[in-house]
Design a protein around this ligand. Structure first.
Ligand code: GDD
Ligand code: MN
Length: 421
């Protein structure tokens, strides 16, 4: 049964970009001095607890955390439960405790899901100078918080609870689980050494970070591993590690599935691409490199189809060359359009799936490709005829230039929003 609570006081979930302000909104607006809310002005430490179906754990966890933190911080801390609308109503169970625990705040997220994004949404409403995260299932021992707090108060930008330093470990993990955990770390070391090698336990979801170290950094989290996002995008100089033993779950169930491994791999690759030199350059130029690479791959598939169709129509069936070339090109254009609409610009097309709008995009795509073709012939003539570049090199150059042109114009005209023009 859902306990009766004052739902008005639930925290609204932030929307939009995953950006943390250098100062909390209350501080900026001066709400901190509000005498009705004596806590907000003094909050030094904000601890986010992401939850999904943790109704059996949340009460005990809040009690222990409150006692532990009150001993060292008095009332200068807050606990922020970010629950993704759990079917077991974890959010309601937590909200019912607010009367007894005034430093507890509860967010019920309905629009988004996922561990990493939940943590950031929590930090976005946090008021403390130090931001932290701890699992909501008591597998992270609360007393380790004291060591972590001590480290950030003494100058560390990041303090990570680690299973792989002195005092750390796992309780009774199977060989398979240990292997997967270490394998994931090894893979990370290969793909993203600059981030993964900085801590002994990059998989940890138990850490504290100084607000300024991640403020104003546009975060783009994925899956479970929020720590690699923080190290990868934040301005983290000094790192401390504190050992802890990962406890066995007493209540509820883990939410880890194979999907988390796939997301982790995707996350590593994304940080690698966006953090490398090419990523930095494209960010400065504001150029969507990932989208462009997808567009290029689709273009290659079109080239294969175009050639195959020309061979089929002209070579095998004996149709006239011009007619065959036009038909082959159109089939390739349809192929490219479908892939681009589903994949390259899939996120933009999602909100405009109606047939009419799709047809409009297809017609624009067609016209732009045709103009690209004319541009290519002109360029080829210029590069070869005027600049006297080797014809094959000139051809490749012309294709490269036209691909960028095609991509850019299609991005701006075909997929942006159909209503613009
Ligand atoms: N809001 C929200 N949304 N919370 C979630 C979601 C979600 O989609 N998925 C999981 N959680 C919460 C869980 O309720 C729990 O409090 C915490 O995130 C961790 O999830 P578990 O499913 O218990 O993960 P685990 O114990 O297998 O894995 C943990 O192990 C690592 C050790 O390598 C992760 O929590 C890591 O953070 C941890 O370091
Ligand atoms: Mn867990």
């Amino acid at each position: 049964m859902v306990p009766t609570t004052n739902f008005q006081t639930l925290l609204p979930a932030p929307v939009g970009e995953f950006l943390i302000e250098p100062q909390s909104l209350e501080m900026q607006r001066g709400i901190g001095s509000d005498t009705n809310d004596p806590i907000s002005s003094r909050v030094e430490f904000s601890l986010v607890i992401p939850t999904y179906n943790e109704s059996k754990n949340i009460q005990r966890l809040v009690q222990i955390l409150s006692d532990t933190l009150a001993r060292v911080l008095g009332d200068r801390f807050e606990l922020i439960v970010v629950d993704d609308d759990s079917p077991d109503c974890t959010w309601a169970v937590a909200q019912a405790m607010v009367a007894d625990y005034p430093h507890l705040r509860v967010m019920r997220r309905q629009g988004e899901r996922g561990l990493s994004t939940a943590v950031i949404r929590g930090w976005q409403v946090a008021r403390g100078r130090f931001l932290g995260v701890i699992d909501g299932d008591l597998q992270h021992p609360p007393e380790t918080l004291l060591g972590l707090l001590d480290a950030v108060q003494n100058g560390a930008d990041l303090a990570v609870a680690s299973r792989h330093v002195d005092g750390g470990g796992v309780s009774t993990w199977s060989a398979l689980r240990r292997f997967l955990s270490r394998g994931a770390q090894l893979l990370g070391l290969v793909l993203l050494p600059g981030v993964i090698s900085r801590v002994s336990d990059p998989m940890s979801g138990y850490f504290l970070v100084r607000r300024e170290a991640i403020a104003d950094c546009l975060l783009n989290p994925l899956g479970y591993k929020i720590l690699i996002e923080v190290i990868g995008r934040g301005d983290i100089q000094q790192i401390a590690e504190v050992g802890y033993v990962f406890q066995e779950r007493q209540e509820g169930a883990s939410k880890v599935t194979w999907r988390q491994y796939r997301d982790y791999l995707h996350h590593l690759v994304r940080l690698r691409v966006e953090g490398g030199r090419i990523g930095q350059l494209t960010r400065r130029l504001d150029f969507p490199i990932g989208r462009f690479l997808r567009f290029g791959l689709v273009g290659l598939s079109g080239l294969v189809i175009d050639t195959a169709m020309l061979y089929l129509l002209h070579g095998l069936w004996g149709l006239g060359l011009t007619r065959s070339a036009i038909a082959a090109a159109e089939i390739a254009i349809v192929n490219n359009f479908l892939w681009n609409d589903r994949w390259t610009f899939g996120d933009m097309a999602k909100s405009q799936r109606q047939r009419g709008k799709m047809l409009k995009r297809f017609l624009k795509f067609n016209v732009i490709c045709l103009m690209g073709l004319i541009l290519k012939v002109l360029l080829l003539n210029f590069l070869f005829g005027v600049l006297q570049i080797n014809p094959y090199v000139a051809n490749v150059l012309a294709i490269a230039i036209v691909t960028v042109w095609n991509f850019w114009v299609n991005l701006k005209l075909s997929w942006r929003t159909s209503d613009v023009c």
